[in-house]
Every structure is written in structure tokens, then in C-alpha cells.
Design a protein around this ligand. Structure first.
Ligand code: SAM
Length: 240
């Protein structure tokens, strides 16, 4: 028993082999695929990403459990099935340029997943991701650089409720914190034919994930499922 605990602790500190993480990852991806949360391209991208590199040492041992994990500063990396729900909607096409805006960089995992999917699908494009907490933005920059995605991902520190007008319009907008309403700036920065995913609801209660599309200037809003996200805090979000 002691030996097992000792070995896991070594994993948690990144000093052991990666074999157990690999097994845990494959089991998780098999389950997500069976439940329909991920498709072929999302699975392949997730296989390539070391989720353990995006979380602090004390939770690395849980990196392949299907639940959100604390990344410090009161924030979380979402559960793997949630990344599946977001990422299967992206539909990148070979040769086509897709500009993505993410609100809530957090650990940087979703941004890296988008970058890996752009590469795998042979699409062109770039991920702009905004984080309001400077310390998290810095950590995410480090891991994105370490894993070689810095040419595809730009991390901005600021208030994502205002979007990022400098690079608008966007083909995809992924909001990964729960908003009290859909921020006007994000609707304005969504391009023609674009798609936005956004959880809307109470600060710490009932929230619904919506899919928003813009076709010939008309906005369509579809309910996807009930979710539980940390709040989107900002000028057009919750106040603290
Ligand atoms: N997508 C992230 C990942 O892959 O790790 C997980 C996001 S976490 C659930 C939500 C993040 O949104 C937190 O890091 C939080 O600080 C951030 N956030 C909250 N309000 C924000 C705002 N107005 N602008 C930018 N980031 C915000």
C-alpha cells in the first residue's frame, strides 16, 4: 500500500514514468468516445495533450478523472467531457482559415486543444484567448510555449466580456465561464456563419450552455445542456 502511494506521489511530482498517465488517459478517452462526448479528431488531439501539464502538482494524480480540477486562485480546469462538448462543435476544415476567440484561458488546455485540432485537420487559423487573472495567463503562456503551440495561440490578459476587437470577427467564440447574459461585444465580434458556445445563468447555480449562430446577420440561440462553470467576471459579466 505504501509503495503504491509512494509511486503515485512520484507521478504527481512528474518524477516517475508516464506509463500510468497513458493508461489512465486511454481509459478516459475510451469512456468519452463510448458516451459520444468526443469524435475522432477530438480524441486524437486529446491523446496528444498531456492534461497533467496543465494542472498544479497536487492534482496531477487526478488529471485523467472526468471532473473539474482546481488550478488555484479560485479557478478550475473543466472536466474532460466538457472539452469534448465544446471541441466537437468546432468543425475545422482543411485549408480553411478559422479564427477562434476563447474567453477564460484558465489552464490553457482548451486553447492548446484548439491549436492541436487546427493542425490535425490541416486548417489554418489562430486562437486568441483572454484571461482576467494575470498569474493564470502567465502559467498558461508557459505551458503553451513548452508544448510548442505559441505560433497558434495568443494569450491576452484582460476582461473577456469586452471581447478582443483588434482581431474580430471570429468564426468561433468559446466562453468558458458562466455569464449572467450574452455580452453584446461578443455578439458583435461573432463573424457571419460563426458559432459561439456560452454558459449563461446564475453566478453559482443553475446555468445552461447555449450554442449561438449568426447567419445573414440573424442570431439563433439553441440550448445544449445544464452546466456548472465558474463565473464570468467583468464589465458585461458578474461583478465581485
Ligand atoms: N478554458 C479553461 C481551460 O481550458 O483551462 C478553463 C476556464 S475556467 C473554467 C474559467 C476561467 O475564466 C478562469 O480562469 C477565470 O479566471 C476566467 N474568467 C472569468 N471572467 C473572465 C473575464 N471577464 N475575462 C477573461 N477571463 C475570465
Amino acid at each position: 500500500m505504501f509503495k503504491l502511494f509512494h509511486r503515485i506521489r512520484h507521478h504527481a511530482r512528474g518524477t516517475g514514468t508516464m506509463i500510468d498517465f497513458k493508461e489512465q488517459k486511454m481509459q478516459l478517452l475510451d469512456r468519452l468516445e463510448r458516451s459520444g462526448y468526443i469524435n475522432k479528431i477530438v480524441r486524437e488531439a486529446m491523446e496528444r495533450l498531456p492534461r497533467e501539464d496543465f494542472v498544479p502538482d497536487d492534482v496531477k494524480v487526478s488529471a485523467y478523472e472526468d471532473r473539474p480540477l482546481s488550478i488555484g486562485l479560485g479557478q478550475t480546469i473543466s472536466a474532460p467531457h466538457m472539452y469534448g462538448m465544446y471541441s466537437t462543435s468546432l468543425e475545422f476544415q482543411q485549408g480553411k482559415t478559422t479564427k477562434i476567440l476563447e474567453i477564460g484561458t484558465g489552464s490553457g488546455y482548451q486553447a492548446a486543444l484548439c491549436a492541436e485540432m487546427l493542425r490535425l485537420s490541416g486548417a489554418k487559423g489562430h486562437v486568441y484567448t483572454i484571461e482576467r487573472i494575470a498569474e493564470l495567463a502567465k502559467r498558461a503562456k508557459d505551458v503553451i510555449k513548452k508544448l510548442g503551440y505559441e505560433d497558434l495561440v495568443t494569450i491576452i490578459t484582460g476582461d473577456g466580456t469586452l471581447g478582443y476587437a483588434e482581431e474580430a470577427p471570429y468564426d468561433r467564440i468559446l466562453v468558458t465561464a458562466a455569464a449572467p447574459r450574452i455580452p453584446e461585444a461578443l455578439l458583435g465580434q461573432l463573424g457571419e456563419g460563426g458559432l459561439m458556445l456560452i454558459p449563461v445563468g446564475e453566478m453559482h447555480g443553475c446555468q445552461t450552455l447555449y450554442k449561438i449562430t449568426k447567419t445573414e446577420g440573424t442570431i439563433k440561440q439553441t440550448e445544449i445542456s445544464g452546466v456548472a462553470f465558474v463565473p464570468l467576471v467583468g464589465k458585461d459579466g458578474f461583478s465581485v
